[in-house]
Write a protein that binds this ligand. Structure first.
Ligand SMILES: [Zn+2]
Length: 461
C-alpha cells in the first residue's frame, strides 16, 4: 500500500486508533432493517452516523424521514468549479440467523489478526466508514475537499430499499452531481483490488399453493386429491431445466449477450475455480450450460428457491396431506432485464404449469434493476487510478453477482452515471455468519478514496 499525500497520511496514522474504536461502536448497533423490533436500532445507527458527519465538518447534516428507516444526508459544496460526487452507502445490516454458527456475538465486534468480526463489518458499514474517514482526513488537513461532496446513506438496503426511490424522486434536484459513487462493493477473489462494472438486478416472489381446507389424513384421502407440496415441487421443477436454463417463456428476451471481448475479459480474471468450489464445500459447481462460472455468476440471470415450507417437519412421521405449501423465490437479473416484466412472466408461467387440483397464488416481493457501468467513464477511470496507486496493482473489472438496485435508481431517477466503489474482502461472509472486514482494506480504502477525490477533481471529463 502506497501512502497518499504526507499530510493526509500523517493524520490517518495519528487517528487510526480512534477511528477503529468509532467503527466498533457503529458495529455494536444492531441496525437490522428487515426486523421491525430493530427499527429503533436503525434510527440509532442513523443518529450515530449523522453525529460523525457533523463532527468531521460536513454540512447540512440531516436525518431525513422516509416513512421507514431514515436516510442520512450531508454535503460539502465549497469546491467552486470542481466536479460534484454523490456517494451512497447503507447503514442497515442483514439478520444474524443462524446465531449458533457465529464464533462471537454478531453485535459484539471482535478484532482478531487484522480482521474485525461482526455483522455489518464489511456490508456496508466498512464502506461508510471509509467515506466519512476520507472526508475527515481532507477537511482536517486541508480545510477543504477537492470536489463537492453529497452523501446519501440509507437504512433499508437489506430490506428492498422501499422508501429510497420516492425520496430520490422528491430530492432529485438537490442530488445533482457528476457521478454517483455507489459504495457497496468489494474486492475480487484473492482480495485483489477491483472495480465492479456489472451488478445484477433482482425479482423476488412468493408462491403459495393451497389444497384441502386443512391438513387431512393421507390414508383416507391420499390418491384422491392433489398434495400442495407435491404440486409446489412440480412447479419449481418446471421453472428450470437440467441444462440450467430457466424455462419461463420470454425470460431471456432482454438479456444483453456478452460480446467476445466481454467473455475474454472475464476469462482473463485470476479465478481459481477449484478453490472456489472447495471454499463453498460443494462436490461440484453447477449452472447454465455453455457459460463459465464467472459468466454464470455475474453476466447471466438466475432462478433460485430461497425457502420452502409446508406440512409436517417435526420428529417422527405424521401421515397428512398438508393444506398448503409455499416457497420464496428470487431471480437475479442482468442488463437489460426489467424486474416488473420478469415478475409477470414468472407468475404467468407458474400459473400455466400448476397441476390441477390446487389453487396457486404468486405474490411479488419487489425487485431491482441491474446496472452495467462503462469502464471509460471519467469517474471509473479516476477510481481505477486511485486503486492502483494505493494497492500497487491495476484493478480488475468484475461483474458482481449480487444486487444493488439503488445503482440503477441513481441512473434512472437522478440521471447520474454510476461508478461502484468498495473494499469488502471477497470472502467476508456478508449476509452470513461470521461476517468480517479486513482492516488493511478499510485503511487502504480511505487512502484510495482520498486519491479518487484528487484524481476526479483533476480529470472530471
Ligand atoms: Zn450492501
Amino acid at each position: 500500500m502506497t501512502p497518499p499525500p504526507a499530510d493526509v497520511e500523517a493524520f490517518l496514522v495519528a487517528t487510526a486508533e480512534r477511528r477503529l474504536a468509532r467503527f466498533l461502536e457503529f458495529l455494536r448497533i444492531p441496525s437490522i432493517s428487515g426486523i421491525p423490533r430493530h427499527a429503533v436500532d436503525c434510527r440509532r445507527a442513523a443518529e450515530h452516523l449523522a453525529g460523525d458527519l457533523a463532527a468531521v465538518g460536513l454540512e447540512h447534516v440531516e436525518i431525513a424521514e422516509t416513512g421507514g428507516h431514515p436516510i442520512v444526508y450531508a454535503d460539502w459544496l465549497h469546491a467552486a468549479g470542481a466536479p460534484t460526487v454523490l456517494l451512497y452507502g447503507h447503514y442497515d445490516v442483514q439478520p444474524v440467523d443462524p446465531l449458533e454458527e457465529w464464533e462471537a456475538a454478531p453485535f459484539e465486534p471482535q478484532v482478531r489478526e487484522g480482521r474485525v468480526l461482526g455483522r455489518g463489518a464489511s456490508d456496508d458499514k466498512s464502506n461508510i466508514t471509509v467515506a466519512v474517514a476520507a472526508a475527515e482526513a481532507l477537511l482536517a488537513t486541508r480545510g477543504a475537499l477537492p470536489v463537492n461532496l453529497k452523501l446519501v446513506f440509507e437504512g433499508e438496503e437489506e430490506s428492498s430499499s422501499v422508501h429510497l426511490d420516492p425520496w430520490l424522486t422528491a430530492n432529485a434536484g438537490r442530488l445533482a452531481a457528476d457521478v454517483a459513487l455507489v459504495a457497496d462493493a468489494g474486492f475480487f477473489e484473492g482480495n485483489l483490488p477491483a472495480v465492479t462494472i456489472g451488478l445484477r438486478g433482482i425479482c423476488a416472489a412468493e408462491i403459495h399453493v393451497s389444497g384441502p381446507v386443512q391438513d387431512v389424513h393421507s390414508g383416507q384421502h391420499g390418491g384422491a386429491i392433489e398434495n400442495p407440496i407435491n404440486a409446489l415441487a412440480t412447479i419449481i421443477a418446471g421453472l428450470k431445466g437440467p441444462d440450467g436454463r430457466i424455462r419461463i417463456p420470454g425470460f431471456y428476451d432482454d438479456v444483453v449477450t456478452l460480446s467476445p471481448a466481454d467473455r475474454e475479459a472475464l476469462a482473463a480474471l485470476p479465478f481459481d475455480q477449484e478453490a472456489y468450489r472447495a471454499e463453498l464445500g460443494v462436490p461440484a459447481l453447477a449452472g447454465e450450460t455453455g457459460w463459465t462460472t464467472l459468466e454464470r455468476r455475474g453476466a447471466r440471470p438466475t432462478f433460485d428457491v430461497n425457502g420452502i415450507w409446508g406440512g409436517f417437519s417435526g420428529e417422527g412421521s405424521k401421515t397428512i396431506i398438508p393444506g398448503r405449501a409455499s416457497a420464496k423465490v428470487t431471480c437475479r437479473l442482468v442488463a437489460n432485464q426489467d424486474p416488473a416484466r420478469v415478475f409477470t412472466l414468472l407468475r404467468d408461467h407458474v400459473l400455466a404449469i400448476a397441476p390441477p387440483g390446487v389453487r396457486v397464488e404468486v405474490v411479488s416481493l419487489g425487485g431491482g434493476r441491474p446496472t452495467l457501468t462503462p469502464t471509460d467513464l471519467p469517474a471509473t477511470r479516476a477510481y481505477a487510478r486511485a486503486l492502483e496507486a494505493t494497492f500497487g496493482r491495476r484493478p480488475l473489472y468484475i461483474r458482481e453477482g449480487g444486487s444493488v438496485p439503488v445503482a440503477a435508481s441513481f441512473e434512472t431517477i437522478v440521471g447520474l452515471p454510476v461508478t461502484v466503489m468498495g473494499f469488502m474482502p471477497p470472502n467476508g461472509n456478508f449476509h452470513a455468519p461470521n461476517e468480517w472486514m479486513d482492516l488493511a482494506n478499510l485503511e487502504g480504502g480511505i487512502r484510495a478514496l482520498v486519491r479518487f477525490f484528487d484524481e476526479f477533481a483533476a480529470a472530471p471529463a
